[in-house]
Design a protein around this ligand. Sequence first.
Ligand code: TYC
Length: 102
Amino acid sequence: NDQGDGDTGVLTKTRSKTARPPLYKVLLLNDDYTPMEFVVHVLERFFGLSHQQSFEIMLTVHKKGVAVVGVFSHEIAETKVTQVMDYARRHQHPLQCTMEKE
Ligand code: TYC
């Protein structure tokens, strides 16, 4: 892994494997006010989930407080979080969506 660099005595790190970009979990948080149907709609609209998948994830969040909605690259995860937060705010619901490194 450490490679000599000519006669300088400087060691250079090399990598034989291809590094994958880090992935980020997008999380949905429970609250007491956002209607269940609104959460289901958000999951269908922004995450391309079926109605059944969306309903199940919404119920998991409702019961456990939080659930992973999907795993994405940093840029895609950030876009999803922004879309959900803007949409919830526009509809005056306190729904919270965040991301964290996997
Ligand atoms: N707890 C909300 C209610 O009882 C429903 C809800 C589910 C809210 C999931 C947010 O991420 C959420 N109306």
